[in-house]
Design a protein around this ligand. Structure first.
Ligand SMILES: *Cc1c(COP(=O)(O)O)cnc(C)c1O
Length: 243
């Protein structure tokens, strides 16, 4: 598989930023209200550094050990903001709590409790609740009816800061549109239920469907392939399984 050269990453980032801006304008939104999270799973730290040199600040990782190693390798770039977006096993919460500023994939109260107890950085950890908006059994996330109970579990932890919701909708574009709209409704319901909290983040939309996500209110889009090119398939023996 061809490795994108520096010029490709710079060019791809500019294209993705232009897509975000065009989608925001089409939706009547301020482009500044949409943050680009570069999903760097499977991408080595040299290429992440190139993206950082091109002005990219937010990076997302799906696998705890792989992500933590890159956070350490790039610690000389303190402006970077690291987001954990993959499934979280109980026995890996310490690494997530100590290396990442954000978690998008909270889906169990026990994980909120562990992250809250283990977070010792000066800043609280920013947390999004992952919602299984497609209802597929294979997908992570809580059912919409469980959002508020999990929100309460996050609010019980002073070292966590609840910021909003995340979803990974169906690959089918028509189904995804309805799911983005459903997520926007769940997000507004959560804001109404917790008027004293700064619930300001709705994480949805990827390389293929970021325009539709922005149309329905996404405030963070998570983009991998359109920035770094196609990923190699992850060999099963290095995947972080779920405990
Ligand atoms: C891989 C991944 C992405 C990025 O997907 P692309 O299609 O490569 O843009 C976004 N979110 C999550 C949770 C992912 O695992």
């Amino acid at each position: 598989m061809p490795v994108p050269a520096e010029a490709d990453i710079v060019h791809n980032l500019a294209r993705v930023r232009a897509r975000i801006e065009a989608a925001a304008r089409a939706a009547g939104r301020d482009p500044a209200g949409i943050r680009l999270l570069a999903v760097s799973k499977g991408i080595d730290s040299t290429r992440i550094r190139l993206a950082a040199q091109a002005g990219q600040r937010l990076f997302g990782e799906n696998y705890v050990q792989e992500g933590a190693a890159k956070v350490e390798a790039l610690a000389d770039l303190p402006a970077l903001e690291w987001h954990f977006i993959g499934p979280i096993q109980r026995n890996k919460t310490q690494l997530v709590a100590s290396r990442f500023q954000w978690v998008h994939s909270l889906d169990r109260a026990v994980i909120a409790q562990r992250l809250g107890e283990q977070r010792d950085a000066s800043e609280p950890m920013n947390v999004l609740i992952q919602v299984n908006v497609s209802g597929e059994a294979s997908k992570s996330g809580v059912a919409p009816a469980q959002i508020e109970a999990l929100a309460d579990a996050v609010l019980a932890q002073p070292r966590l800061r609840l910021r909003g919701l995340m979803a990974l909708p169906s690959p089918d574009a028509a189904a995804a549109r309805l799911q983005f709209q459903a997520m926007a409704d769940h997000f507004q319901a959560l804001r109404r239920a917790l008027p004293d909290q700064a619930i300001d983040t709705l994480s949805m939309g990827m390389s293929e469907d970021l325009e539709a996500a922005i149309m329905t209110g996404a405030t963070v889009v998570r983009v991998g392939t359109a920035i770094f090119g196609p990923r190699a398939r992850r060999p099963a023996h290095v995947a972080d399984g779920r405990a």
